[in-house]
Design a protein around this ligand. Structure first.
Ligand code: BES
Ligand code: ZN
Length: 467
C-alpha cells in the first residue's frame, strides 16, 4: 500500500512544484498592512487545495489573518495528528539584493527561489502532498489529520493564540507535526527537539521636539540616537554576557550530557564560517557555536532608525530614534519577567532630556521535547524513509511562538520535522527551498502517516510525556 503512495508522489513531482510556485506568487507579508488582500487570497488558495482533497475545510476569520482549518475523519484505533504550518512570510527587503523578484518563483540549480520558499510555504505543502498521495491512491488516510494553517506566525501568532484558548476541543489530537525548521546539512536530515523563545521589543526615544543643527545645539541637548546606542550597548558585555539584572535566573545550566550530545553532531565550524563569509565567529565566552545558537540566550539589535539616512552628510541632532531588538530565550525564561527588568534598566540609565517608551512586540517561551516518546521513534523512521538517511536529533535557535502555546493548551508532544537548509536564506534576500527537499519531505510525510497509524492513540494509554 505504501509503495503505491510513494509512487504517486514520484509521478506527481512536476505538479507539486507548480503548486508551490502558485502559492509563492502571493505576497503574504504579515508585517505589511498593504498585503492584507494577498494574505486573504493565500488563505483561500489553501482552502481550495484542502477542499480539493475531500477534507472538510473551513476559513476561520480572525481580527488579523484568517486561519485555514481542515480535517479528515477519525480512524479507529489510530492517532489523530494536528499539522501546523504558516502561510505568511517575512518582508522581502532589501529588494535590490534579490537575483530574481521575491514573488516571482524561479527554479535555478535544483532550488526554487522566492520569499517563503522554505519558510514556510514549501515545507508546509509537503504535508498536503503526503495526504493527497494517500487519498488519491488508497482512498483514505491511515490516521486522522487536522490541518491548522495560520497567517501571523512571523508577527507573533496573536490570532491563533486567542483561537487556541477557545478551540482546544476541536484541535484535540495525539501529536502535533510541524515542518518549519532546517535540517542539519544537505545530506543530514534532523528532527528538532528544542527551540528558543523570544522577547522582541521596540524602543522609542524622544529628544527635542524637532531636528536641530548639531553645531548650534550638539553637546548641550540630549541626542536620542546617542542614547539608543548607549542603552543598547549597556545590555551586553564584551564576553557576550547579557547585563540585565536577573536575566540568567531561569536559565538552566547545560548538563554535561547536553553538551556531549551537541558536540557529537556533525557540524563543521570552518564550513559554517565560509558559508556566512565571516572570518571568525562571536558569542558568549565559554560556549561552542552550537551551544550559542541553540541552547544559550542571545541579544540582537535588528534596526535603529532616526536622523539622516540619505546620501552624504547632514549635521543634524535628531529629535527621535527607534530601535528594534530581541532576546532569544531558553526554556524556563519568561518574556514578561524580562520586560519588567528591561523597563527598569532603561529608566535608570536614560540620559536627561530624553523620554523613552518600551513596547514588547511579541514574546514566546522556548520548547524542549523529551527524547523518549514513541512518536519520536516513528518520526525518525519516516524521515529515514523519505531522505534515505536516519535523522539526527538537534535543537534550533529560531522560535515558533505557537509551539509552547500548543503545549499549554493541547498537552501533546510536538514533532518538528524540518526540511530546510541553513543556507536557504530564511528571512534574507534570495530565499530558496531545494526541490529535492520538497519531494523527500513529501515522501517522509506520507510515510509518517503510515508509521503513526500503527501507534496506539492516547485514549489507549500511551503515556504522553512532554516538556
Ligand atoms: N521558521 C522560523 C523558525 C525557525 C527559524 C526555526 C530558524 C528554526 C530555525 C519561523 O518562521 C520564524 O522565523 N519565527 C520567528 C518568530 C518571531 C518573529 C516571533 C523567529 O524565530 O524569528
Ligand atoms: Zn520565519
Amino acid at each position: 500500500m505504501i509503495q503505491q503512495v510513494q509512487q504517486y508522489l514520484e509521478e506527481h513531482r512536476a505538479r507539486f512544484e507548480e503548486d508551490l510556485c502558485a502559492l509563492l506568487r502571493y505576497p503574504s507579508v504579515s508585517a505589511d498592512p498593504t498585503c492584507r488582500d494577498a494574505i486573504h487570497q493565500t488563505a483561500c488558495w489553501l482552502l481550495r487545495r484542502l477542499e480539493g482533497l475531500g477534507l472538510s475545510s473551513e476559513l476561520i476569520p480572525t481580527e488579523g489573518s484568517p486561519l485555514v482549518y481542515a480535517e479528515s475523519p477519525p480512524v479507529e484505533g489510530a492517532p489523530c495528528i494536528l499539522v501546523y504550518g504558516h502561510y505568511d512570510v517575512q518582508p522581502p527587503d532589501p529588494l535590490d539584493e534579490w537575483r530574481t523578484p521575491p514573488f516571482e518563483p524561479t527554479v535555478r540549480d535544483g532550488n526554487i527561489y522566492a520569499r517563503g520558499a522554505t519558510d514556510d510555504k514549501g515545507q508546509m505543502l509537503t504535508h498536503l502532498h503526503g495526504a493527497e498521495a494517500w487519498l488519491k491512491t488508497v482512498g483514505k488516510l491511515p490516521v486522522q489529520l487536522k490541518f491548522l494553517l495560520e497567517g501571523e506566525e512571523e508577527v507573533g501568532s496573536h490570532s491563533l493564540n486567542r483561537y487556541l484558548g477557545q478551540a482546544s476541543e476541536r484541535l484535540a489530537c495525539d501529536v502535533i507535526v510541524i515542518s518549519d525548521t532546517p535540517q542539519l546539512g544537505p545530506d543530514q536530515p534532523a528532527i528538532t527537539c528544542g527551540l528558543r523563545g523570544i522577547a522582541y521589543y521596540e524602543l522609542r526615544l524622544q529628544g527635542p521636539a524637532h531636528d536641530l543643527h548639531s553645531g548650534s545645539f550638539g553637546g548641550a541637548v540630549g541626542n536620542p540616537i546617542n542614547a539608543a546606542a548607549r542603552l543598547l550597548a549597556a545590555l551586553i558585555d564584551d564576553q557576550g554576557r547579557i547585563q540585565l539584572p536577573g536575566f540568567y535566573q531561569d536559565v538552566q545550566p547545560l548538563s554535561a550530557s547536553d553538551r556531549e550530545e551537541l558536540a557529537r553532531l556533525p557540524f563543521e565550524e570552518a564550513r559554517f564560517r565560509q558559508q556566512l563569509a565571516v572570518d571568525s565567529l562571536a558569542g558568549e565566552a565559554g560556549y561552542t557555536t552550537l551551544e550559542r545558537r541553540w541552547a544559550r540566550p542571545s541579544f540582537d539589535v535588528h534596526g535603529i532608525v532616526g536622523g539622516y539616512q540619505g546620501e552624504g552628510g547632514k549635521t543634524v541632532l535628531p529629535s527621535r530614534a527607534v530601535a528594534k531588538f530581541s532576546f532569544r530565550l531558553v526554556p524556563d525564561q519568561q518574556p514578561e519577567a524580562i520586560t519588567a527588568a528591561l523597563q527598569r534598566f532603561f529608566e535608570e540609565r536614560c540620559p536627561p532630556g530624553i523620554r523613552l517608551q518600551l513596547e514588547l512586540l511579541h514574546g514566546s517561551t522556548g520548547f524542549l521535547l523529551p527524547r523518549e516518546h514513541p512518536y519520536l521513534a516513528a518520526a525518525c523512521r519516516a524521515v529515514e524513509a523519505g531522505f534515505g538517511r536516519a535523522p539526527v536529533l538537534i535543537r534550533e535557535g529560531g522560535s515558533i511562538p505557537i509551539v509552547s502555546e500548543f503545549n499549554r493548551h493541547l498537552d501533546v508532544p510536538c514533532l518538528l520535522l524540518g526540511w530546510g537548509l541553513d543556507d536557504d536564506n530564511m528571512h534574507a534576500p534570495n530565499e530558496k527551498f531545494s526541490l529535492a527537499a520538497l519531494h523527500r519531505g513529501s515522501q517522509a510525510s506520507a510515510c509518517l502517516w503510515h508509521e503513526l497509524a500503527t501507534m496506539p492513540s492516547d485514549d489507549e494509554g500511551v503515556s504522553v510525556a512532554h516538556a
